[in-house]
Design a protein around this ligand. Structure first.
Ligand code: AMP
Ligand code: ZN
Length: 472
C-alpha cells in the first residue's frame, strides 16, 4: 500500500508522491527560543520524528531542516526584560532544547539554521526586495515593509478562509494575529527603541525581519524553491504558514510545499498547553516527577497526530506500564532465543518478518494507534504461546528481528541511559562487586535495587536492569 498523508492544503488524505523517488525533503518549524520548550512543543517534534523514521523505514533518505527562531517579538522582549544581549538570552534555551530533544530520543535534523545567521538575514532582505519589485510588498510610513495580501490570490487557501469574505483590517506589525485581524503583515520591522541593539542594515533602514519571512528564507536556502513536506502544530497554519506560502511563492512563482502536515495540540484539562496560559510542563518537570524521557516519548507519541491529546499523570503511568509490557516481552523472547533449544516447527516466522500490519498502519497517515494496537496484540498472542511453551527459538528470533525493525521507528527500547542516577550508581556498584566476586555485596545491591522498584538480572551480555513488574 502506498503512503498516504492528510494534506492541510487540500483537507484530504492524499497518496504521497515525493518529487524524487528516493529522497524526501522536510521542513519543520522549530522552537522560538525565548523560554524552555514545553512538552506541547515536543508533541509536534515527536510527531515529526515519527514521520521521518517511518519514511526512512520505507526506504527514503530524509533531508530534514528545523529552524531555530532566535529573533522575533518574544525573544527581543525576553532579552530586554532580562537585561542581557539577545544572543546570550537565546543561547540557554537553544542548549536546553537540544538536551530535551535528546532525552526524548528525537533524531537530529540535518540542519538547524538560526534566523540570526547572516546569510539567512541576507536572503530575507533579498526576498523582500524581490517582493517589492513585484508589487507584492511596500514600505509604509512607519518605515516597516509589509506584504500586500490582496495581491496574492491564494492568500487564505491553506487556512481555508473564504477569500471573498476576507477583509483586510489594514496592517499588522505583530508576528501573531488571529483571523479577525488579517491584514498586510510585516516582512521587515523598522527599528524602534524597544529593539535595543537588535538591528540589521537594510535598503529600508535599520530593522529586523518578521517571523514569517525567516522561515521562507531558511527553508528555500537549504531545501530549494520546492519542498515535499512542511510540518508544524495546527497553530502554525495561520498566519505563519499562510504567510510562508505567500512569501515563497510570491518570490519564486513555484509551488512551495506539496504536503502540509499539522499536528493537533497537546492539552491540559481540555485547554491547549501554552506558555501564555501558564499551564505547561517542561521535560525536566516530567523527569522531576520520576519519569524517563522514554516514558514521555511514549506518552506523546501514542495518539494519532491529528487527534488532540490530553496530558495527565495517569497517562504517564499508562506509558510506563505499556513500556513495561514491551520490555518484559522482549526479555522473554531473548531468553527463549538464547536457550536455542528448539526442535519444533516455526509456524509464525513468515508472519513476523513480512511487511506487517504495523508498517501498513503507519503508511495510513501515521496511524500510530492502530500500529501500537497491532504490537500489543502480537505481544498478547506470543506471550500466550510462551506461557504454553509453544514458542520455539526460531519463532522468538523472528519476532525479535521484527521488534528491532519496528523499534527503529518507535525507539521505545529500554536503555541504561534512562535509569535514574541513584539506580545507575547501584547498578554500577553491583557490576563492580560481581567482578570482584563479592557476591554478598552484589546480593545486597540487588535488594536495594528491588526496594527502589528495579530488577537486576545477569545475562550473558552482562547485567540488565529493568523495572520490576507492578513497580510504580
Ligand atoms: P513555538 O516555539 O511557539 O514557535 O512552537 C514550536 C512548535 O510547537 C510549533 O510547531 C507549534 O505549532 C507547536 N506547539 C505549540 N504548542 C503546542 C501544543 N500545545 N501542542 C502541540 N504542538 C504545539
Ligand atoms: Zn516557521
Amino acid at each position: 500500500m502506498a503512503l498516504r498523508f492528510f494534506n492541510t492544503y487540500s483537507r484530504q488524505v492524499e497518496e504521497f508522491q515525493p518529487r524524487d523517488a528516493k529522497e524526501v525533503d522536510i521542513y519543520t518549524c522549530g522552537p522560538t527560543v525565548y523560554s524552555r520548550a514545553h512538552i506541547g512543543n515536543f508533541r509536534a517534534y515527536i510527531f515529526e520524528d515519527l514521520l521521518q523514521r517511518h519514511l526512512e523505514a520505507r526506504g527514503f533518505k530524509v533531508h530534514r531542516v528545523m529552524n531555530i527562531t532566535d529573533v522575533d517579538d518574544k525573544t527581543i522582549r525576553g532579552a530586554r526584560e532580562s537585561k542581557v544581549p539577545l544572543p546570550e538570552f537565546t543561547r540557554q534555551f537553544k542548549t536546553a532544547f537540544f538536551q530535551d530533544a535528546e532525552k526524548l530520543r528525537i533524531k537530529r535534523a540535518d540542519e538547524y539554521p538560526a534566523a540570526t545567521g547572516q546569510k539567512y538575514i541576507d536572503r530575507m532582505i533579498s526576498m523582500i526586495s524581490a517582493l517589492i519589485s513585484k508589487g507584492l510588498a511596500y514600505q509604509a510610513d512607519d518605515k516597516s515593509v509589509y506584504y500586500r495580501i490582496n495581491k496574492f490570490p491564494n492568500y487564505g487557501k491553506l487556512a481555508h478562509f473564504n477569500l471573498d469574505e476576507l477583509q483586510s483590517t489594514g496592517r499588522v506589525k505583530h508576528d501573531e494575529y488571529d483571523k479577525e485581524h488579517i491584514g498586510d503583515f510585516a516582512l521587515w520591522k523598522a527599528w524602534d527603541q524597544d529593539d535595543g541593539d537588535v538591528k540589521w542594515d537594510s535598503p529600508w533602514g535599520p530593522g529586523r525581519p518578521g517571523w514569517h519571512i525567516e522561515c521562507s528564507a531558511m527553508a528555500t536556502a537549504l531545501l530549494g524553491d520546492q519542498i515535499d513536506i512542511h510540518c508544524g502544530g495546527v497553530d502554525n497554519i495561520f498566519p505563519h504558514h499562510e504567510a510562508e506560502i505567500a512569501q515563497s511563492e510570491g518570490v519564486t512563482g513555484k509551488k512551495f510545499v506539496n504536503y502540509w502536515l499539522h499536528c493537533a495540540h497537546l492539552l491540559v484539562d481540555g485547554q491547549k498547553m501554552a506558555k501564555s496560559l501558564g499551564n505547561f510542563y517542561t521535560v525536566p518537570d516530567v523527569v522531576g516527577k520520576g519519569y524517563t524521557g522514554r516514558e514521555l516519548r511514549y506518552a506523546l507519541m501514542r495518539v494519532h497526530y491529528r487527534t488532540q491529546l490530553n496530558f495527565t499523570w495517569d497517562g504517564m503511568k499508562e506509558a510506563r506500564e505499556s513500556l513495561g509490557r514491551i520490555d518484559d516481552w522482549v526479555e522473554r523472547l531473548r531468553e527463549i532465543t538464547e536457550k536455542e533449544n528448539s526442535q519444533r516447527p516455526t509456524p509464525n516466522v513468515q508472519r513476523s518478518t513480512e511487511d506487517s500490519e504495523f508498517e501498513k498502519a503507519l503508511d495510513d497517515d501515521l496511524n500510530i494507534s492502530a500500529a501500537l494496537g497491532f504490537l500489543f496484540e502480537t505481544i498478547r498472542e506470543t506471550n500466550r504461546a510462551m506461557d504454553e511453551k509453544k514458542l520455539d527459538a526460531n519463532t522468538a528470533a523472528a519476532w525479535l528481528t521484527w521488534w528491532n525493525r519496528i523499534n527503529d521507528t518507535l525507539d521505545f527500547e529500554a536503555g541504561d541511559t534512562e535509569l535514574p542516577e541513584e539506580v545507575k550508581k547501584l547498578a554500577h556498584d553491583r557490576t563492580q562487586a560481581r567482578l570482584a566476586k563479592d557476591f554478598q555485596k552484589s546480593d545486597e545491591l540487588r535488594d536495594q535495587l528491588n526496594a527502589l522498584g528495579w530488577e537486576a538480572r545477569d545475562t550473558k551480555d552482562g547485567q540488565k536492569i529493568t523495572r520490576r513488574a507492578g513497580a510504580k
